[in-house]
Design a protein around this ligand. Structure first.
Ligand code: ADP
Ligand code: MG
Length: 277
């Protein structure tokens, strides 16, 4: 898909009569990390990280274990606070003052689903909506919609997480992430713990869901074929920064450094299994 680059957008923007503020905002940018750094124990876990995700697109974030993928998502959510740089969400800087407003617009799904074990699927999915005092009929209608969207069985709604398969638990986690109709979905290796068949069917369903809903998605994975399957763009990270961003083909044909080729070659076995387009 041909998305305008930030500089093209900037060029277009200068041709139009502009509102007073904010001048530096790219028109279609939904999520931005602007030279963000984050240290733990004196070590830069995130090191001048730059990311820009256009509205309605999926960015696949990939890289070796420990390179900072999960921390990058946590920074986007305000669960980790940058030591330097800014996190921008739809033109709003993430700060203590804006965090709750921003959080409401984000769905977050992690590898094991993070469901509350003492709540049924229905209770897990609807918790936030109930806290916000949505009325019953609105909650039921939304739950119905999500159940269809995620192919989740009706009789699973009143089961507890331990009574569900791994794939079903992730469908519940996804429904929960989508309940409040967020603009943005942040998914941290959501399929990482699933066996291959279940994973395959969830991949298909998830991609259909992203496309149907037109959400802005950041999808963390350590599997390059999965990154290519989901991502409009792929950002390859190493040591807390992006080494290369683009398509899988950019990385195979025009690697910017030896690490990119090493990473791609290490994953070749997976690519042969057929998910890349
Ligand atoms: P990834 O998701 O790419 O595997 P993470 O973002 O989870 O990597 O972690 C990157 C590095 O930062 C790891 O070395 C990890 O141990 C460290 N780290 C992450 N969170 C914390 C934390 N809260 N305190 C200390 N170190 C952390
Ligand atoms: Mg991680």
């Amino acid at each position: 898909m041909g998305f305008a680059t930030a500089s093209q957008i900037r060029r277009t923007a200068t041709l139009r009569p502009r509102p007073e503020s904010p001048p530096a905002r790219y028109l279609a940018s939904m999520l931005r990390l602007e030279s963000v750094s984050k240290h733990y124990g004196g070590r830069a876990v995130i090191d001048g990280l730059v990311l820009d995700v256009q509205a309605g697109t999926t960015l696949a974030l990939i890289g070796p274990s420990g390179c900072g993928k999960s921390t990058a998502l946590r920074l986007l959510l305000g669960l980790a606070i940058p030591d330097a740089g800014r996190v921008m969400f739809d033109g709003i800087q993430l700060t203590q003052a804006t965090i709750s407003q921003v959080r409401r617009r984000v769905g977050y799904v992690i590898q094991d689903g993070g469901l509350f074990p003492h709540m049924t699927s229905r209770e897990n999915v609807t918790l936030k909506a109930r806290n916000l005092r949505w009325d019953r009929s609105r909650i039921d209608a939304r739950l119905d919609e999500l159940r269809e969207l995620t192919n989740f069985p009706l009789d699973g709604l009143d089961r507890y997480p331990v009574e569900l398969s791994g794939g079903q638990r992730q469908r519940v986690a996804l429904m929960r992430g989508l309940m409040l109709e967020p603009d943005v979905l942040l998914l941290d290796e959501p399929l990482g713990a699933l066996d291959p068949m279940i994973r395959f069917s969830l991949q298909e369903d998830l991609r259909r869901i992203f496309r149907t809903l037109g959400k802005t998605v950041v999808f963390v994975t350590h599997d390059l074929s999965e990154a290519a399957f989901f991502g409009d763009r792929i950002a390859l990270m190493r040591d807390g920064r992006v080494v290369q961003e683009g398509s899988l083909q950019d990385m195979t044909d025009h690697p910017v450094e030896a690490f990119v080729t090493e990473f791609v070659n290490a994953q070749r076995g997976h690519l042969a299994s057929g998910h890349s387009e």
